[in-house]
Unconditional design. Sequence first.
Length: 264
Amino acid sequence: QRCHKSRKNFLLSYLMLILLILIGVATFTMATSYIRQDEINTPQRVPAISLLKPARNEPVSVDIAAAPLAAVAQQKSVPVAPSIQVTPDDSRVIRAASLKKATDSGRYTINLSGGRARTIYVFSDPLCPHCREIEPTLEALTRDYNVVIFPVTLVGKQSTTEAVAPVLCAAPQKRAQLWQSLFKADGVLSLSAAEADSPTQVSCTDGEHALAINDRAFDYYQLPGTPQLIADDGRDIPFSALTSDDVLARFMNAPIKEPGNDHR
């Protein structure tokens, strides 16, 4: 009886073990099925770049030109406050007023003549070959016009400064003669020659300062070169207007054109 009971207990234990194994297999199968179904329904995530490759301590450059146009975000246009537009006519008037003011100050110019009805301003460098060629024409124009020289150092640089600064340091009534002496046949006067005419003014820094201001004005007006002739109404005088007295008179007396077409 004891042997029978022991065998019965062994069979029950064996059946329970098999049952537990079957239950475990069924549970594992169901769990695996749910996991696979969840993976199918869940979109895959792309790992971050920092996880794909080790970070490097290198500068990052972006080639915008190589990027597709569609990837460039278009910026919304921002309304801009209207700015004051300076027309060519306004610029001409302002330039004429500035040149007259500088002439009236007596600090920056050499007046070859005065007392005439109209004025011609000339930006000139005595070391400029074309300035030397046109000098006789300017002297002839003094009969009918106020010819006002604004000396600059475009060509001669320091050499022009050394020759012209003493002229600007001299009294205004003496400057025309000193300026014309720079164009003698034997060439531009040296500093010592100019010193003979104004011995106390050679080291004057006012002349150098005046030349520097004239150079700045030359650049500001964006003048193409020397010599540059400008009428008292601010218009550039073309060399073609210097072919005769009548041609120049017609140009000087011509009515001002509308902005953008003022004989420039």
